[in-house]
Write a protein that binds this ligand. Structure first.
Ligand code: HEM
Ligand SMILES: *[C@@H]1O[C@H](CO)[C@@H](O)[C@H](O)[C@H]1NC(C)=O
Ligand SMILES: *[C@@H]1O[C@H](CO)[C@@H](O)[C@H](O)[C@H]1NC(C)=O
Ligand SMILES: *[C@@H]1O[C@H](CO)[C@@H](O)[C@H](O)[C@H]1NC(C)=O
Ligand SMILES: CC(=O)N[C@H]1CO[C@H](CO)[C@@H](O)[C@@H]1O
Length: 323
């Protein structure tokens, strides 16, 4: 018998044994929307040409979507009562351009194949595209997510990591989402692009703890620079580049910064401080290829978190509301 046919038979058998337990696949829309990746890519490219903020905003939006309720587009829901997932205080700083990117891409996709592609998948594709378009690695994205039916602001606290968390709490939150310490270190490399508002790290400069006013894990020169950019009681809207050298390039500079005590949040710096993750940081700092492949693997695993497939959830028509 021809090998291809045998392989197909085996695949079919496995699918039957699994009893319809649907999984994500790379070419999920092959039949119903064959050009979906191209359409999303074009919408994202256009949006980036209007503003670079598209890049960090979209990548962070994907992370926040996946860690609360799973990668199911729940972050995109708007509520007139201000009680949706996006209204939680941790979302206050999600840049509007990330939402806009998904909305624009969804419009373009709906024009070609109405009612077929989920908002969750569009966000996953857009997150892959912004990484590639800012100099990061290219990778195939798994598809087949359905949009969730739940989006509440009280589901956010405790599920999203905050910048002052200890290494143990951070790794616990990632573990809960089936992500290893290596995945966590690799994904944190996303902080090589984008902004941080002063109030998210001001405690490290002015009121760290009883014995140390300034966080001793901060490089003193960097601490002085941060104090200049973020004086006490600065306007809460002031934000600075997280990677001062190459803020618009998706590279491994983040890890060299950590080695030099230049992590902006303590959640960044603890990755170098803890003996479990320190060797990983050291490796990514000198070996960009190693970082790229770990980041790609971690993004694929992040994209599997809490997904709804098969008959669960829905294909939202408008990403900002349930059908
Ligand atoms: C490890 C735990 C993490 C913590 C505690 C954390 C926390 C934060 C905080 C506090 C900000 C600054 C927000 C602001 O002030 O506007 C930020 C920005 C950002 N984060 Fe994270 N983050 C984490 C992991 C991740 C992951 C896994 C990704 C994506 C894979 C990510 C992507 C981003 C991006 C791209 C920005 C810049 C957003 C912008 O400029 O609009 N972060 N993060
Ligand atoms: C990215 O990877 C996909 C397949 O994984 C390939 O079709 C595409 O040409 C690649 N794009 C770039 C710009 O390398
Ligand atoms: C303050 O932080 C330093 C460095 O993390 C630590 O060694 C010290 O024990 C802390 N002091 C108190 C009182 O928590
Ligand atoms: C983690 O993986 C297990 C086993 O595959 C799965 O049952 C569980 O739902 C996953 N957890 C999340 C949050 O995706
Ligand atoms: C981008 C975005 O939608 N941000 C919202 C986050 O939550 C605050 C507080 O409810 C809203 O005012 C923002 O519009």
């Amino acid at each position: 018998m021809c090998g291809g046919l045998l392989a197909l038979l085996i695949v079919l058998l496995i699918a039957m044994v699994r009893g319809g337990e649907a999984q994500l696949t790379q070419n999920f829309y092959r039949v119903q929307c064959p050009n979906v990746e191209l359409i999303v890519r074009q919408a994202v490219t256009k949006k980036i040409s209007q503003t670079f903020v598209t890049v960090p905003a979209t990548l962070r939006l994907f992370f926040h979507d996946c860690f609360v309720e799973g990668c199911d587009g729940s972050i995109l829901i708007q509520s007139t009562k201000g009680d949706a997932e996006k209204d939680a205080s941790d979302n206050l700083s999600l840049a509007g351009d990330g939402f806009d990117t998904v909305i624009k891409a969804k419009q373009a996709v709906e024009a070609a194949c109405p009612g077929v592609v989920s908002c969750a998948d569009i966000l996953a594709m857009a997150a892959r595209d912004v990484v590639l378009m800012s100099g990061g690695p290219n990778f195939s994205v798994e598809l087949g997510r359905r949009d969730g039916l739940v989006a509440h602001r009280w589901r956010v606290p405790g599920n999203l990591p905050t910048p002052e968390l200890s290494f143990n709490l951070l790794s616990w939150i990632f573990r809960k989402n089936n992500l290893s310490v290596t995945d966590m270190v690799a994904l944190s490399g996303a902080h090589t692009i984008g902004f941080a508002h002063c109030n998210r790290f001001a405690n490290r400069l002015y009121s760290f703890n009883v014995t140390h006013k300034i966080d001793p894990s901060l490089n003193p020169t960097y601490a002085r620079q941060l104090m200049q950019a973020c004086p006490r009681n600065v306007d809460p809207r002031v934000a600075i580049n997280m990677d001062p050298q190459t803020p618009n390039v998706f590279d491994n500079a983040y890890y060299r910064d950590l080695v030099n005590g230049r992590g902006i949040f303590s959640s960044d710096q603890v990755l170098f401080g803890n003996p479990i993750s320190k060797p990983i940081v050291n490796n990514f700092a000198v070996n960009p290829q190693s970082f790229s492949s770990a980041f790609v693997q971690a993004m694929v695993r992040l994209g599997r978190v809490g997904v709804k497939t098969g008959n669960n959830g829905e294909i939202r028509r408008d990403c900002s509301r349930f059908n």
